[in-house]
Design a protein around this ligand. Sequence first.
Ligand code: SF4
Length: 457
Amino acid sequence: MSQSYHVITYGCQMNVHDSEVLAGLLENMGYRRAGEPEQADLILLNTCCVRETAEERILGRLGELQRLKRENPDLILVVAGCLGQEAGSVERILRRAAQVDIVMGTHNLHRLPDLVREVLTGRNGNGAGTLVEIWDEPAGEQWRQGLPIMRERGVRAWVTIMYGCDNYCAYCIVPYVRGRERSREPADIVAEVDDLAKRGYREVVLLGQNVNSYGLDLEPGPGPGRRFASLLRELDKTQGLARIRYTTSHPRNFGDDIIEAVADCGKVCENFHLPVQSGSSRVLGLMNRHYTREDYLALVEGIRRRVPGAAFSTDVIVGFPGETDKDFEDTLELVREVRFDSAFTFAYSPRVGTPAARAPDQVAPEVKQDRLRRLIETQNEISLEINRAQIGREVEVLVEGEAEKAPGMAAGRDRVNKLVVLSPPEGTTVTELVGREVVVRVEKATTWSLEGRADSP
Ligand code: SF4
């Protein structure tokens, strides 16, 4: 009987996609997916360490999973991802969960099958203990290219275009756990997207910690697509594909060539996720973000001038070391001025090993929480106003499936990535609409989503 596996994923889209690769490697070994951890012979946690809360949640879950291991000593427990890669984390992991079989990082995904085999062999009396394999340097492209990917079924597929980040923002652990920027060859990306469109995926989301700098590390070479803007133009030619999105951008090098490409390419959607982090130029300097409040506002204005219907979302950190009441007011002011459709909002969380964690003037937790509350209130008001202004208008929705909380209703996203719940046209089922773009007249709005009616398929 084939063995089964269960993958638990934490963190960003990059991790979601890495989990698809890790699942693909296990499927290639003959493992099959188990719906629940309790049913699995192998449980893999693909971890995140971007904030303290994330690490605590993972270590807590590992503690719980130890119970399953006591009940079934043959269970294999694997810790992969950024927490595995983070310096000094292995001790913290094994202190909380000594029965973990494998700890691996972000640079050696392709090694999973060999490590699992080593554990299984070790069980035959060679004395296994915990296998720890963390690579300091990322595996070369030859290791990542062509790895099996167990993709989620659906209309959207994740496509990594680059790994790592060279920006070293003062609060961020990512460059230390994901390594320097490495771009994939454009021809490999174009081939992958072409194959996905042929297999019926209608939307691709291009992934990178900082997609704007795609290609900057590539050797000069033949063919188009060796910069982000030209890659978008290449992918826009893909037959059968309806939409292209990308995440995450950095305001620092979001050049005119990218804005022009978004404006010119019909498939590239008009939502811009541009993490601002703070509205205070002084704090942006302390964060090592390499742009000012004025630069950011000018970029947004430039995009709005060139791309009709452009919508913005962002990331904001409050309570960064040294942030004053005035700095925070600058952040609130910027949020009101830009009017983001949505924002991911965080209270600063010190990460060991980052410059900001060593900064003297840490902000008190209650001050952070109060600023976070005020920021969320401000942003929610704006999100609701923007969504309410859509009532009576038509939006184009790529249908993904049945609405989670409304049986018989369909759900999908409009061109600016807003969730839309819709009632199918008379005589049409939700299944018939999946993968199709339909025009929806908006009738209702909440802070997070729109609701409406599709007149014709
Ligand atoms: S751009 Fe900054 S915040 Fe984003 S991953 Fe890189 S270092 Fe971290």
